[in-house]
Design a protein around this ligand. Structure first.
Ligand code: GDP
Length: 432
């Protein structure tokens, strides 16, 4: 699906507009300075066309360098999006911050739709017209709050979006898309440098834009991969406020674009909460996953024994992910990442036939029926694998299932069919 980045300075109404487009089920937090969101991308639909909305509004902001921060936000969004929805406040007019974004937008040559927000009535439409001076084409007068004009704006957006078919040749086929993610200083850029080594080639930007190339082709163990957002991995994070948010936004976006994520963890240090966060981010995104324990050269017997205990205690939920102990510094085992990645991708794309699945479910349920609840025993009537990548199962049942029982089914599915390196999604559809 095409990706649309919603860009604009604080308080222009980005979140409200996102809510409006989504027809609001999941509430997006208001544009509060200092608030970092857990989520940035949402599945949206207009006139039967699906796209992904990325709300870039959640930075931690302070007064210093606002224009620069916004330009950076725009730059990230542009690198990752197929089109940009640029939101300005028609009641305020254009500001220096808006201009900073426009510069970045112009250079990128990505399609832009300009939303002039807070046009709550006919009279305010004159305000929107002044936005022609941004040089981004027609300003669409909208009221995110009341919904006024958003239909026309969305039509304009659809008109500039590449069709899903057009995206396919770039995104599917060719080298597998792999993201290297992890908290700062675990050795991501060292790993990238090791991998890129001599036979380094930059993925030329398809549309011939002037923005930095974001992906690189590298060879791991003789297999070619497309590494997502290498510009982001290389980037030295500045001390500027909000940089943590940008790092997180980039990580999230890289995960979204990848098929397989290599989560790098520093084996020489205690496992941190941020490591666990990133693991669950990958799992939630439904991507194939490999864990790389880096800086193995710095570990001694004692540290390794302790790491084993940490893994057992804290990383048990991701025991399905294959792991490799590496040293980005010496190159130890780095080639083995390839085997692990291939293994995970295979698990991620495994398909179980409906026949196999139901005979398996029949056996499991006969041996371990769901506990009786309120005098009733919910039963699994039928199951089918609705999707691969990640494996997603729909279970049709005669009543609500305990989450614990669903987890039990998941464990048994893994034992029976593999799915190494992949999250599994199970949707229970209870008959009323
Ligand atoms: P990033 O923030 O995840 O990209 O981490 P860097 O690649 O910048 O690495 C952070 C620090 O760890 C640097 O000083 C690296 O030289 C060091 N480092 C990275 N990988 C290894 C490794 O395998 N062994 C050792 N000893 N040091 C490493």
């Amino acid at each position: 699906r095409p990706v649309v980045a919603v860009v604009g300075r604080p308080n222009v109404g980005k979140s409200t507009l996102v809510n409006r487009i989504l027809g609001r089920r999941e509430a997006v937090v208001q544009d509060t300075p200092g608030v970092t969101r857990d989520r940035v991308s949402y599945d949206a639909e207009w006139a039967g066309h699906e796209f992904v909305l990325v709300d870039t509004g959640g930075w931690a902001s302070d007064a210093t360098g606002m224009a620069a921060q916004i330009a950076e936000q725009a730059e990230i969004a542009i690198q990752l999006a197929d089109a940009v929805l640029f939101v300005v406040d028609a009641t305020v007019g254009t500001t220096d911050e808006d201009e900073a974004v426009v510069q970045v937008l112009r250079r990128s040559r990505k399609p832009v739709v300009l939303a002039a927000n807070k046009v709550d009535d006919q009279r305010a439409e004159a305000d929107a017209a002044t936005m022609w001076n941004l040089g981004l084409g027609e300003p669409w007068p909208v009221s995110a709050l009341h919904g006024r004009g958003t239909g026309d704006m969305l039509d304009a957006l659809l008109a500039v979006l590449p069709s899903s078919d057009a995206l396919r040749p770039v995104e599917v086929g060719g080298p597998r898309r792999v993201a290297i993610v992890g908290k700062p200083n675990v050795g991501k850029s060292s790993l990238l440098n090791k991998l890129a080594g001599a036979n380094r080639s930059v993925v030329s930007d398809v549309s011939g834009t002037t923005v930095d190339p974001v992906d690189e082709l590298v060879s791991i163990g003789g297999q070619e991969y497309r590494l997502i957002d290498t510009a982001g991995i290389r980037k030295r994070v500045k001390e500027a406020s909000g940089s943590e948010y940008y790092a997180w936004l980039r990580t999230q976006a890289a995960i979204e674009r990848a098929e397989c994520c290599v989560v790098v963890i520093d084996a020489s240090e205690p496992v941190a909460e941020q490591d666990l966060k990133i693991l669950s981010q990958v799992e939630q995104a439904g991507k194939a996953m490999v864990i790389a324990y880096n800086k193995w050269d710095l570990t001694d017997e004692e540290r390794r024994r302790y790491l084993d205990r940490e893994i057992e205690r804290d990383l048990n939920a991701w025991a399905w992910a294959p792991s490799v102990n590496i040293s980005a510094l010496t190159g130890r085992n780095v080639d083995r990442l390839s085997k692990a990645i291939e293994l995970s991708l295979r698990g991620w794309e495994t398909r179980v036939t409906t026949g196999q699945l139901n005979s398996f479910l029949g056996r499991v349920v006969a041996a371990h029926p769901h506990p009786v609840r309120g005098g009733k025993q919910p039963r699994i009537l039928f199951g089918t694998q609705a999707h691969t990548a990640p494996p997603t199962f729909a279970l049709f049942t005669s009543g609500q299932m305990d989450p614990q029982y669903v987890r039990f089914i998941e464990r048994r599915l893994r034992e029976e069919f593999g799915f190494t390196g992949s999250p599994i999604h199970i949707e229970v559809r209870a008959r009323a």
